[in-house]
Design a protein around this ligand. Structure first.
Ligand code: SF4
Ligand code: SF4
Length: 87
């Protein structure tokens, strides 16, 4: 088994192959109303509503970049971007 990298983005977690997440999803807790809609529509199970008013990005590496969460959020609290677009 290959050694685990200290860089969490380069750990061989998918069938032994190196997995590099291509998208980054971020949620602004100051803006989020906790409605939970994004967690219901995410096709990859990335977002979890763990308590009333608390939505967390549970498995960010699984984000597919579909932007469904962004389009669903009525207050603009959640964003998804390709990794290379970020500074
Ligand atoms: S849809 Fe927007 S406001 Fe609702 S839980 Fe998700 S991020 Fe928060
Ligand atoms: S962009 Fe798509 S896969 Fe990524 S968190 Fe949002 S709904 Fe889920």
């Amino acid at each position: 088994m290959p050694a685990m990298s200290k860089n969490p983005l380069r750990n061989p977690t998918r069938g032994g192959r190196t997995w590099i997440p291509r998208f980054i999803v971020s949620l602004d807790p100051q803006v989020c109303t906790g409605c939970g809609f994004c967690s219901k529509v995410c096709p990859a199970g990335v977002l979890h509503r763990i308590d009333d008013g608390v939505v967390v990005i549970g498995t960010p590496d699984d984000c597919r970049g579909c932007e469904v969460c962004e389009r669903t959020c009525k207050v603009g609290a959640i964003r998804c971007r390709p990794r290379e677009e970020l500074p």
